[in-house]
Design a protein around this ligand. Structure first.
Ligand code: HEC
Ligand code: HEC
Ligand code: HEC
Length: 425
């Protein structure tokens, strides 16, 4: 017993020493302090970056929270975490934070080895923001009205509740490199790449993660991931083209949340409402150019497939009649939708996602009303979980995939088992 204890203590000491050594060698890079910028131009540029970074969605409690005062919960496999107050309040916010500390937190996820952030804060993407841009962000936040709102304590499980441990994770998984433009690509592509990989942090939802929760790189980047039961779909150029997207339609979707390929809902609705639609037209086109890899706006494979449809080899009478009974009134008998009030389902990209997850989830649980502004947005869509059984949802989904989805003929039918899997809470 005593011997075991000795071994454990020994291992503990070795562990702490090794950790200390690592931290000393690869600790938070030091950053020179600079005075807080106060000129209106810098503040305006910071405000724009804050919109591109969608800081407000995460740092504000939904439904009536004070802007940027924090307290939005994040449920992780390791427990619950809350965002913090980033208004310039001296005691509860970031009023005492220097521009150097601010940059270290944004880009490295830590201003000291002992006090790193959890990666619910997307420093894993924000490292692409450089120091000058960070100083502008800092200037903007310092120019806001301070809000006194103390942080909500986190409820993380042991050992994840030990904050310094995250530093090891940071060393393994969080890049510190600022964005580097690729000389073989044009300006629009590079601007789009910066916005997507940096402030826009699109990969935090759209890129799959490894077992330790880090985004995968290389080919897997932006290849789609499940988040909160919904699929943040594959955004790689071929996948977007196969679902019928064009560069122009993507730019419209980012501006209005609506497009011939459908509307933004759930988390993506928030990304459009709080961030993408506030960007300049050129920046939205740049994002689309990067995602589609600047393909020309000629009809894509997906759209040709839409045009060629309508003669499904195996007519699905059950699915069609369910559609006409439950959905046709709103989405139109031919799935054509209604301008500004109902998204079209004919040619809808959600239908063309290979795994069918979002289609099944939306049929089961509907969509809550999503107002983009005072005058634009969509009303609610009801859920059918209690009205349709698994087989009916399967028939309906397969009808929509075969007859309405871009490239529908090539989509494999879903089985009732697959649908059941998706429906499980
Ligand atoms: C996806 C959600 C998310 C987004 C987007 C986000 N944050 Fe955060 N942020 C968090 C969370 C969660 C924390 C708290 C992390 C922790 O406690 O370890 C945090 C912490 C911070 C901190 C550290 C505060 C402190 O007191 O230590 C700063 C600074 C910060 N965020 C600034 C920003 C800025 C600026 C933006 C926009 C460019 C932004 N955040 C966007 C989730 C987010
Ligand atoms: C009361 C009208 C109404 C009915 C009935 C209705 N929907 Fe919807 N549906 C909507 C609205 C509105 C949206 C857009 C929600 C948003 O983006 O906020 C939507 C969104 C969708 C989406 C997501 C795609 C997109 O582009 O937004 C799918 C898929 C969908 N509906 C399928 C169906 C199916 C299948 C049925 C029948 C089981 C159905 N809907 C019945 C109103 C309706
Ligand atoms: C907080 C998570 C989250 C973030 C951040 C996010 N997305 Fe999404 N995105 C989703 C989800 C979930 C969907 C599926 C719902 C829908 O289609 O509206 C989606 C859908 C989309 C679609 C529609 C694809 C289709 O075929 O229907 C596009 C395009 C898209 N996202 C682009 C982006 C870009 C570009 C960014 C970064 C600027 C981004 N997303 C950031 C979660 C996110």
């Amino acid at each position: 017993m005593a011997r075991l204890l000795g071994v454990l203590v020994g291992l503990g000491i070795i562990g702490i020493t090794a950790y200390g050594l690592f931290a000393w060698l690869w600790g938070v890079p030091s950053v020179a302090d600079r005075p807080t910028l106060t000129d209106p131009k810098a503040i305006a540029e910071g405000k724009y970056l804050a919109a591109a970074g969608d800081c407000v969605s995460c740092h504000t409690v939904e439904d009536g929270g004070q802007r940027f005062a924090g307290g939005r919960p994040f449920d992780t496999p390791f427990g619950r975490l809350y965002s913090t107050n980033i208004t310039p309040d001296a005691t509860t916010g970031i009023g005492g934070m220097t521009s150097a500390e601010f940059y270290q937190l944004i880009a490295y996820g830590a201003d000291s080895v002992w006090d790193p952030l959890y990666p619910a804060m997307p420093y894993t993407s924000f490292h692409n923001i450089d120091r000058d841009q960070s100083d502008r962000l800092h200037a903007y936040f310092m120019s806001l009205e301070p809000v006194a709102q103390p942080a909500t304590p986190n409820a993380l499980t042991f050992p994840f509740s030990i904050r310094p441990l995250m530093f090891g994770w940071n060393l393994l998984f969080a890049s510190r490199a600022p964005f580097e433009a690729r000389p073989d690509k044009d300006d629009a592509w590079n601007r789009g790449a910066f916005l997507v990989q940096g402030p826009g942090h699109c990969g935090e939802c759209h890129t799959p993660r490894n077992l330790l929760g880090a985004m995968e790189g290389g080919e897997a980047a932006l290849s789609g991931a499940v988040i909160g039961g919904m699929e943040a779909p594959d955004l790689r150029p071929q996948a977007l083209a196969a679902r019928g997207w064009t560069r122009a339609d993507l730019a419209t979707y980012f501006e209005t949340g609506a497009s011939p390929q459908g509307s933004a809902f759930g988390e993506m609705f928030l990304a459009v409402k709080n961030s993408l639609r506030l960007l300049s037209h050129d920046d939205r086109v740049a994002i689309a150019s990067y995602l589609m890899d600047t393909t020309a706006d000629a009809p894509t494979k997906g759209q040709k497939a839409v045009a060629a449809m309508g003669d499904a080899a195996h007519p699905n009478k059950e699915g069609q009649s369910l559609y006409l009974t439950h959905c046709g009134l709103c989405h139109g008998p031919q799935g054509q939708g209604m301008a500004n009030t109902m998204p079209a389902l004919k040619g809808n990209a959600t239908l063309a996602q290979p795994d069918g997850r979002n289609l099944v989830q939306v049929i089961a649980d509907g969509v809550k009303p999503e107002a983009m502004s005072q005058t634009a947005g969509y009303g609610p869509m009801p859920g059918y979980r209690d009205r349709l059984d698994t087989q009916q949802i399967t028939d309906l989904a397969n009808y929509l995939r075969a007859d309405f989805a871009p490239g529908g003929a090539a989509l494999p039918p879903l089985t009732a088992d697959q649908v059941q899997q998706i429906l499980q809470p």
